[in-house]
Design a protein around this ligand. Structure first.
Ligand code: HGY
Ligand code: MN
Ligand code: MN
Length: 396
C-alpha cells in the first residue's frame, strides 16, 4: 500500500497523479520500481517499447517463464492503485520466492502505456510484447507534436528496435492483479473476484467543423456552430447506450476552437469510448452513433470527420488458470466481466491469461479517492502465493 502511494507522488501534475508514456515522471517511477525489483532478486531491464521488466531466474533460467504484472501509466488526476497495484503485488510475490528455485522464471512487467492518455491510443507496451505494434503507431503525435518514435528516443531507447520487445518464447501464462474499478465486489461483500471476460472497447475521435464568427453580430439562423452540433450529438450518445443492456458510452474529452466566449466555435473535437461484452452490439452502436453525427452535421451545415482509434474485441480469459486461481483461494471467487480494459486483454489471445480483481471501495476509480482495503490486498497476495505454489508443483 505504501509503495503504491509513494509512486502516486511521481506525477506530471503539480497536484494529483498523472504519469504518461515515457514521460520524465515515468523515468522516476522506473528508477524506484526498478530498485524494488532488484532488491527482490530480479534482473531489471527496459525493453525497446519502454516496458519495465524484471526477471527472477528459476532452477533452469530461460527454459520456462510465468509473467506477472500490470501497467505503470495513469489517467489524469488518477488514484494510487490502478495498474500500479498489480506491479507492486507481483514484486511482493517474487520477494516471497526469491530463494525457492522455482521450475520456471518469473518475469514481472510494468507495462509502459495502457491508458492511452499521451498519444490517444492505449496498450502500446502490451501490444509491443506480443508483436502487434504497427509502424504507423510510431508516427502518432502527442499534444506537443512529439511522435511516439521521438518519445522513445527521448527516453534513451531505440524505436527501430521496437520489435525486440516481443516475447521470444510462449510463457506458461500471465496473471494480472488489478482493482475492479467498479461497484460489484463491494455491493456483494466480496473482497476479490476472478475475471472471466474483458468487455470489448471502441475508441474514436470526432471533429465537427462549422464556421467561427462574431458571437454578437451573427444571427442564430445564420450560424454553423460546431460546439452546439457536438453537444446535440453528445446527448444522443447518452441516450443510445442504455438501449443496449450492459453498454457504456462516454464522451470524456472535448476541445473547442477558438474556445473564447465571444466567438462562435468553428471546430470541436470530441472523444468517444464505447464498451460492451458483445462485439457485434458494440459495432452496431458505433455505426448508429456515426450515422447520427452525420445527420446532425448535415442538418446544421457542419462537416464531421470520424477517426477510429481502437477497435478492441472482447476477450475471454483462460479457464484452466481461472480454475487454478479458484483452487488457490480459500473462498469461492466471484466470476466477473471487466468493463475496464487491461493489458491482459492484449496478451490473452497469445498467452494463457488471468486476472484477480480486488474490491474497489465506493466503486471509485480513475479518481484520487480510489482505494484498496489492506486485508483484501493481503488475501489477494495469499492467493497469489498459492497460485505460484500450484504452478511450481505442476512443473517440478
Ligand atoms: O479505460 C480503461 O478501460 C482502463 O482504465 N485502461
Ligand atoms: Mn485505468
Ligand atoms: Mn488499469
Amino acid at each position: 500500500m505504501a509503495r503504491c502511494r509513494e509512486l502516486a507522488a511521481m506525477s506530471e501534475m503539480p497536484s494529483g497523479t498523472l504519469r504518461t508514456y515515457l514521460s520524465p515522471a515515468m523515468k522516476r517511477c522506473y528508477e524506484i520500481v526498478g530498485q524494488w525489483m532488484e532488491s527482490a532478486g530480479m534482473r531489471v531491464s527496459v525493453d525497446p517499447a519502454g516496458n519495465l521488466r524484471g526477471i527472477l531466474p528459476g532452477a533452469e533460467p530461460g527454459k520456462r517463464v510465468f509473467i506477472l504484472g500490470s501497467h505503470l501509466d495513469t489517467v489524469r488526476d488518477a488514484g494510487a492503485f490502478d495498474g500500479i497495484l498489480g506491479v507492486v503485488m507481483a514484486i511482493a510475490i517474487v520477494e516471497n520466492y526469491r530463494r525457492k528455485n522455482l521450475p520456471f522464471d518469473i518475469e514481472v512487467i510494468g507495462f509502459a502505456e495502457e491508458e492511452g492518455v499521451r498519444f490517444g491510443m492505449p496498450f502500446i507496451g502490451s501490444k509491443a510484447l506480443v508483436g502487434l505494434l504497427d509502424e504507423q503507431m510510431l508516427f502518432r503525435t502527442d499534444a506537443h507534436g512529439i511522435t511516439v518514435a521521438q518519445a522513445i528516443r527521448d527516453f534513451g531507447l531505440d524505436p527501430e528496435a521496437i520489435a525486440g520487445a516481443a516475447l521470444k518464447t510462449t510463457p506458461l501464462g500471465f496473471l494480472e492483479f488489478h482493482i475492479e474499478q467498479g461497484p460489484v465486489l463491494e455491493a456483494e461483500g466480496e473482497p476479490v473476484g476472478v475475471v472471466e471476460t474483458i468487455a470489448g472497447q471502441s475508441r474514436a475521435s470526432l471533429k465537427f467543423i462549422g464556421s467561427a464568427n462574431h458571437a454578437g453580430t451573427t444571427p442564430m439562423h445564420l450560424r454553423h456552430d460546431a460546439l452546439a452540433g457536438a453537444a446535440m450529438w453528445i446527448a444522443t450518445v447518452e441516450r443510445l447506450a442504455p438501449l443496449n443492456p450492459g453498454m457504456v458510452a462516454t464522451v470524456g474529452k472535448i476541445d473547442a476552437y477558438p474556445n473564447v466566449a465571444n466567438v462562435i466555435p468553428g471546430e470541436v473535437t470530441v472523444s468517444l469510448d464505447v464498451r460492451h461484452a458483445n462485439d457485434e452490439v458494440r459495432k452496431i452502436a458505433c455505426q448508429d452513433l456515426r450515422l447520427g453525427a452525420t445527420m446532425i452535421a448535415k442538418d446544421r451545415g457542419l462537416k464531421v470527420e470520424w477517426a477510429n482509434l481502437l477497435d478492441q474485441k472482447a476477450v475471454w480469459l483462460d479457464e484452466p488458470l481461472i480454475q487454478r486461481l479458484q483452487a488457490a483461494s480459500p473462498r469461492t471467487l466471484r466470476r466477473m466481466v471487466s468493463g475496464a480494459g487491461h493489458d491482459a486483454m492484449i496478451l490473452a489471445p497469445h498467452i494463457p491469461s488471468a486476472m484477480l480483481f480486488l474490491r474497489s471501495p465506493g466503486g471509485v476509480s480513475h479518481h484520487p479517492a480510489e482505494s484498496v482495503k489492506p486485508k483484501d490486498a493481503d488475501l489477494a497476495l495469499k492467493i497469489g502465493y498459492r497460485f505460484i505454489e500450484s504452478m511450481s508443483a505442476e512443473y517440478k
